[in-house]
Design a protein around this ligand. Structure first.
Ligand code: AKG
Ligand code: FE2
Length: 265
């Protein structure tokens, strides 16, 4: 028990310092394999929550939005006590699921330009500008949970330390202002301020990173696919049904379709 507590403390120290941490062997691999199998069967039929991309090998699925609505097993994994507890422990405050998706990256699938999640402006139903995710909470944590091994060759995520972000801004307004308007890409002139670390994960491992950490990923140039759960948790506050509100707002927002997707293509 002592050693478990000590290693948890080490994880917390790393997380506090860098804003991100990899936790090895955190999830039961059989659970993940079962979910993967189930999803691979489900995606054979098209659905409006599936997004596709063109690759040299034809049209391939790129992501499933709201994966936890669509797969009960995914929902119980993404919202498991284990995951919520470790996030609460690392941040020192309770967090709850905000949004969730499954990002595929088949061979030839595209990467994501360097960006900082949630730091953009969007127009609400009335055409009024709103502050990205800040409208919903003042802190968020992202989870990367691979359904298959992810490394540099198949386009793993790269994350930079949260202190790098301070070089472009100290708070939401400053950061958002210095990113490309209406989305959250880092300007070319600022890229040298960030050092990106590859997040190589086996099935069973997870990575958690704070929303202030910039991140990116490259194209998948291998012949292995790369499926990951990519979900976000918000720091609890007085608001209720935050996840539902976020998705409703996104649907009704006056942004263009490209801006709505929040994707770096
Ligand atoms: O799947 C990836 O490689 C990155 C995804 C990402 O950063 C995002 O969806 O915000
Ligand atoms: Fe992102």
């Amino acid at each position: 028990m002592k050693s478990i507590n000590q290693s948890k403390l080490t994880l917390k120290k790393i997380y506090k310092k860098n804003g991100f941490v990899i936790i090895k062997n955190f999830i039961n691999t059989e659970t993940v394999n079962k979910i993967k199998k189930e999803i691979l069967v489900k995606i054979k039929k098209k659905n409006k929550f599936f997004y596709y991309e063109k690759t040299l090998k034809g049209l391939k699925i790129r992501r499933i939005e709201k994966i936890s609505n669509f797969s009960k097993k995914s929902k119980s994994l993404i919202q498991s006590r284990n995951i919520l507890n470790i996030i609460g422990y690392l941040e020192g405050k309770k967090h709850t699921l905000f949004k969730d998706k499954l990002n595929f990256k088949y061979p030839g699938g595209k990467g994501y330009l360097p960006h900082i999640d949630g730091h953009f402006l969007w127009k609400d139903q009335k055409g009024k500008y709103q502050k990205g995710w800040k409208k919903y909470s003042n802190n968020f944590v992202n989870l990367v949970l691979p359904l298959e091994k992810t490394d540099k060759t198949n386009g793993c995520i790269y994350v930079s330390k949260k202190n790098d972000t301070k070089k472009v801004g100290k708070n939401f307004n400053q950061i958002a202002k210095n990113l490309i308007l209406n989305n959250s890409y880092i300007e070319k002139k600022d890229l040298s301020k960030f050092k990106f670390y590859p997040i190589e994960l086996e099935v069973g491992d997870i990575c958690l990173f704070n929303w202030k950490c910039a991140h990116m990923s490259k194209n998948n140039n291998s012949n292995r696919s790369r499926m990951i759960f990519y979900s976000t948790y918000y720091k609890n506050n007085k608001y209720k049904d935050v996840r539902a509100k976020y998705y409703r707002d996104k649907l009704l927002s006056k942004n263009t379709k490209a801006q709505k997707s929040l994707l770096a293509n």
